[in-house]
Design a protein around this ligand. Structure first.
Ligand code: ATP
Ligand code: MG
Length: 403
C-alpha cells in the first residue's frame, strides 16, 4: 500500500533518506509519524531508521549530534530541521524488565520492526510513500486495535513500560486493546513495579489527556495496573468514578491532576504528598492546589474578587472549564470581565511599597510590614479602599493606631 498524499514533514526529509540510500544503505520513516500520517493526524517528530551504523551516518552528514549513540541514534541537522536517525537494532536479554542489556545493530529492517511494541508502531514507509507492513499493522489501524508485536507476554516481560504505553495509545487514538494483549497486561501488571515513576508518569499523563480516556482507564483499573502506580492502590472504586466523569478530552496536565485528585477525595495536606510521589514539580503542585481550591469553592458559590486575584486569570478560567465535568456551566466571559476589572492584578501595582511604609512609620522592618501590605492589598482588591498612596497610608495609620 502506498500513502498517496505524503505530508510535508516527510517530503522535507526525503533528501535525507535519499542521501543515505546514495551511500548504499537502506533508510525508512518509522514509528509514530507513519502511524499518525496513516490516521490523517498531525505529525510531531519524523523518525528515520537505517541500515547504516552511527559512524557511517556521521560520515555521510556534516552536522550531527550524538544524542544516543549507544542506542544507535544520531541527530542530523539539515537546514533548520533536525532528524533522529537510528540504526536498525535488536534488543536482547532484558533482565530487569525495563531496559535491554545489549543493543545489537543489525542490517535488517525486519529485525528492527520486530522489536517495536505494537503493530501500529511497527510500520515503516519508504521515500516514495510505500508502506512496509510486516506485522499486519495496517489491518489493526483500520480496525482500531492495539496489538503487541509477537507474543505479548514476552514483550511485556522484556519491557513492562509497554503495558502503560498500550493503555495510553488506547486513550490517545481511541483504539481497543486486543484480547491477548490485554490478558498479557493482566498477567504481568506487577512488573510495572520495576519501572521508574518518571516513565510511568509520562504515559499516565498521555492517557489522561487522550481523546478517549475512559477506554483506557477501564482496562487500567481492571488489569490492576493502577496498583503499581504511585498513590492509587487504595482507590480502585474512586478510579471507576473518575472514569465515569463526562468523557470530554482534558485540556492540560494540571486540569487532569485536579480532576483525578478531586475524585479520589484527597485532603488538602495529601495533595502535595500524592503529586510528589508522581515526581511532579513544585510549580505543578501549586497550580493543582490552586485549581482544586478554586474548583471546590466554585462548585458551591461564586469566586470572590480576592480569589480571582489570588488565582490569576489563567487559573480562574481553568477552574471554570473544570465545572463542565460536574455538570455545571462555565462562565468564561463573565470571569474574564470580572478579573480584568479588579483594581489591581499584582501586588506590584499597589500604590505603596514596603519602603513607603518604613519611611512614614517610625518602626523597624519586621513581620508587621508584610502583614500590613497584605491588609492593604486585600482592601484594595475588595474595593474597600482606592489604590492611592495617601489613602493607603491613612488606612495603615488607622490600623496601627487601633492596635
Ligand atoms: P508519540 O506520538 O507519542 O511520540 P510514538 O509511537 O512516536 O508516539 P515514541 O515513544 O516516540 O512513540 O517511540 C517511537 C517508536 O519507537 C514507537 O512508535 C515504537 O515503534 C518504538 N518504541 C518506543 N518505545 C518502545 C518500547 N518501550 N518498546 C518497543 N518499541 C518502542
Ligand atoms: Mg514519537
Amino acid at each position: 500500500m502506498k500513502l498517496e498524499i505524503i505530508p510535508d514533514e516527510f517530503t522535507r526529509a526525503t533528501s535525507v533518506l535519499k542521501e543515505i540510500q546514495a551511500h548504499g544503505f537502506e533508510a525508512y520513516f518509522v514509528g509514530g509519524s507513519v502511524r499518525d500520517a496513516l490516521l490523517n493526524q498531525s505529525i510531531h517528530d519524523v523518525d528515520i531508521a537505517t541500515s547504516a551504523y552511527p559512524e557511517e551516518i556521521k560520515q555521510i552528514f556534516h552536522r550531527t549530534i550524538d544524542v544516543g549513540i549507544d542506542h544507535g541514534t544520531v541527530l542530523v541537522l539539515v537546514g533548520d530541521e533536525q532528524y533522529e536517525i537510528t540504526t536498525f537494532r535488536t534488543e536482547s536479554t532484558y533482565q530487569d524488565f525495563r531496559r535491554p542489556d545489549t543493543v545489537t545493530f543489525v542490517r535488517s529492517l525486519k529485525e528492527d520492526l520486530k522489536r517495536r511494541d505494537f503493530t501500529i508502531n511497527a510500520l515503516a514507509m519508504d521515500v516514495d510513500g510505500e508502506i512496509i507492513d510486516l506485522f499486519d499493522g495496517m489491518a489493526d489501524l483500520k480496525q482500531k486495535i492495539i496489538r503487541a508485536v509477537g507474543n505479548p507476554k514476552e514483550r511485556f516481560h522484556e519491557d513492562a513500560l509497554r503495558m502503560m504505553r498500550g493503555l495510553r495509545f488506547a486513550s490517545q487514538l481511541d483504539f481497543k486493546i486486543e484480547a491477548n494483549t490485554l490478558s498479557a497486561i493482566e498477567a504481568f501488571h506487577r512488573l510495572l513495579d520495576k519501572i521508574s515513576v518518571e516513565r510511568i508518569a509520562v504515559e499516565f499523563m498521555k492517557l489522561l489527556l487522550g481523546k478517549n480516556r475512559r477506554a483506557a482507564l477501564l482496562p487500567f483499573i481492571e488489569t490492576e495496573c493502577y496498583l503499581y502506580c504511585p498513590g492509587l492502590n487504595k482507590f480502585g472504586e474512586a478510579l471507576f468514578n473518575f472514569s465515569d466523569l463526562p468523557n470530554r478530552q482534558i485540556e492540560s496536565e494540571s486540569q487532569a491532576w485536579a480532576l483525578l485528585i478531586n475524585t479520589l477525595g484527597l485532603k488538602e495536606t495529601e495533595i502535595r504528598v500524592f503529586l510528589k510521589s508522581w515526581k511532579q514539580s513544585n510549580h505543578m503542585i501549586q497550580e493543582v492546589q490552586n485549581l482544586i481550591y478554586g474548583l471546590n469553592k466554585r462548585l458551591s458559590e461564586e469566586l470572590h474578587d480576592k480569589d480571582l486575584f489570588d488565582l490569576g486569570l489563567d487559573t480562574a478560567l481553568s477552574v471554570e472549564k473544570l465545572l463542565f465535568y460536574y455538570g455545571q456551566k462555565s462562565k468564561l466571559e463573565e470571569v474574564k470581565e470580572r478579573y480584568l476589572s479588579l483594581p489591581i492584578h499584582d501586588r506590584k501595582q499597589l500604590a505603596v511599597t514596603g519602603n513607603d511604609l518604613l519611611d512614614y512609620f517610625d518602626k523597624k522592618p519586621g513581620k508587621w510590614l508584610g502583614d500590613m501590605i497584605e491588609i492593604l492589598e486585600v482592601a484594595v482588591v475588595k474595593g474597600q479602599i482606592v489604590n492611592n498612596k495617601e489613602r493607603l497610608i491613612g488606612y495603615a495609620k488607622n490600623k496601627i493606631d487601633e492596635e
